[in-house]
Ligand binder design. Sequence first.
Ligand code: 2IP
Ligand code: CA
Length: 377
Amino acid sequence: MADLLRLLLRVAEKAANVARVCRQEAPLFQLLVQEKTGDDKNKKFVQDFKTLADVVIQEVIRHDVGAQFPEMAGFIHGEESNKFENGLGESVTVTVCSTEEETAALLSTVLDGDHTAASLLARAIHQDPATIDTSTDGLTVPLSPSELGIWIDPIDATSQYIEGREEVLEEGHLSPSGLHCALVLIGVYLRSTGEPVMGVINQPFNSKDPAGGGWRGKHFWGVSCGSINVCSVSRPKDGAGRGLSVVLSSSEKQVVKEALTSLCGPDKLVYASGAGYKILCVIQGLADAYVLSEGSTFKWDSCAPHALLRALGGGVVDLSKTLQSNVGPQDHKMELTYHQPYTECKGADRWANHGGLVAYRDCSQLCSIIGALKGKL
Ligand code: 2IP
Ligand code: CA
């Protein structure tokens, strides 16, 4: 299934391109950042353009994967539904058509006849992405498409994507908010066990071309299946004596912040936006762990980066399950899985990571964190 990895890298690059085009092309950008004001008849649509951008990206991925691997077509899930209502109250299902013109015509019905915006979006959808260096030569992945399912988060950290602040990234440093927190996440899991086995992360706004050529993206990938553990990011060096650093959501509970301050020291707690970006910080060694005590992330947020962490020898555990259990946190049963919904919940909540999570690279660090939080939540 190295073919699947190469396809996901290509399609994630196409998705990143759509995300960039929506910010770069004035007619699309205006829709993206437009405030809902007045009683415009397009009000419903206008406030939802960001959702349309998400839906379009998700459909591009679903379309391209389904076309090459038809066995996977019924098992490609995402954050968004592709049903849309336009300003006239008509319901439209957004799909990728076989030609750019047909896609433009369909998008135009959702965009209430804005042909310029529809054509720009359709062009980005049908354009082949630039070839990316994947360095996956020689990789064999012993999996077949009929065993696999996919979770897509078309744009994680949407609020940062819309706000669009441009931060200058310093090598080796985590930057808490800004466009670079927005990520395209595609995770692959085993249908039988729910284990994440492959992940692709594309960061559409990684660096700005100094010559004025716009934003350049960056991609990361990992495969973890049986004895095969390969990741495009090399395992960060263990900084013995450096102290444990933890990244948190700024809305994290005080009790968690206090317990972790006692464990790590106050200057080792850092805050960042985006669930996917926080796990990416752990993957890159910009933080040692990400702790979240709320059930505010979903399978599409964690599946892809979880696969990369597994490939590096780490993982993502269910925090509340781990705190309640008598076996050690390193027990593999504590890891998040991706195949079964919470049947007692409705809508998106069926796929929430209800127990919170801890993303880690190193098991002994996970144990210290669990020890510090035990009895506190
Ligand atoms: C969100 C996004 C948020 C995150 C939340 C995710 O996904 O990543 O930033 O909250 O958990 O579900 P926080 O930044 O506080 O960790 P989306 O942007 O796709 O809705
Ligand atoms: Ca998300």
